[in-house]
Design a protein around this ligand. Structure first.
Ligand code: 6PG
Length: 228
């Protein structure tokens, strides 16, 4: 089931989504005693993350994970973990438990067992926030990656290292089975170009050709949030 919400501007999307996610997290905590929140990197969720940090949630019962991460320490400006710590893990949300993907290992693949063990206790995701690239990526399910087919597969591991076909940069990503099992998914679509891109992806086609279809076609409950 897919719902749609349209906001007059990005500020009202950030505030409206923060209230909705806070209610969903508190509902999950009332039901199961805890909740897992997954958030992406990128520009789109920044204002939302700050708004969410002010929401009245039982944050000490919330585990926060990323949907994807670069293989860089949090000192790097490219670190999604740095963005989460700076924008979300402040104010009331400072009490939440963050589970970073980055570990100081020589190869990104060496971190995978550490990440998988850490995630084992806190999956499935209760609330998953996703941006979408203009190439229809969600998380780091990159359309041009040689690892995409495995990451989309039914038997994909929880987390994988995928490499951008052009620049070869390694990224950690939650895989399709993890993302689609989220109890609630929110996709943030901001600006005309992404609206057009999503409209195309909503047509019939292969998931490999538009990874956002993992969420559009397979997720349990999705809300798409639009703003100009
Ligand atoms: O680390 C990342 O880049 C994200 O997780 C990625 O999936 C992002 O959500 C989209 O590429 C949209 O990025 P913007 O919000 O910057 O447009």
């Amino acid at each position: 089931m897919t719902e749609t919400r349209v906001y007059p501007d990005r500020g009202s999307l950030a505030a409206g989504l923060a209230e909705q996610v806070a209610a969903e997290l508190n509902k999950a905590i009332r039901k199961r005693g805890r909740a897992t929140l997954a958030v992406p990197g990128g520009e789109t969720p920044r204002a939302f993350l700050s708004e969410l940090s002010l929401q009245n949630v039982e944050w000490d019962c919330v585990s926060v994970i990323l949907t994807d991460e670069h293989f860089v320490p949090e000192a790097s400006g490219h670190s999604n973990g740095r963005q989460v710590r700076t924008l979300l893990l402040q104010n009331l949300a400072a009490e939440a438990q963050f589970h970073p993907f980055y570990h100081e290992v020589s190869e990104p693949e060496d971190a995978l067992p550490l990440i998988a063990t850490d995630l084992h206790e806190i999956l499935p995701i209760d609330v998953c926030i996703l941006g979408m690239g203009t190439d229809t990526r969600v998380a780091a399910l990159l359309p041009n990656s040689d690892q995409l087919e495995e990451a989309l597969g039914l038997w994909a591991p929880t987390v994988m290292v995928v490499r951008d076909h052009e620049d070869g940069e390694p990224r950690f990503t939650l895989t399709a089975p993890v993302l689609e099992r989220a109890r609630k998914a929110h996709v943030l679509i901001v600006g005309e170009e992404k609206k057009v891109t999503l409209r195309e992806a909503q047509k019939v086609g292969l998931v490999e050709d538009a990874p956002v279809r993992v969420i559009l076609n397979r997720a349990r409950a999705t809300t798409i949030h639009y703003a100009d």
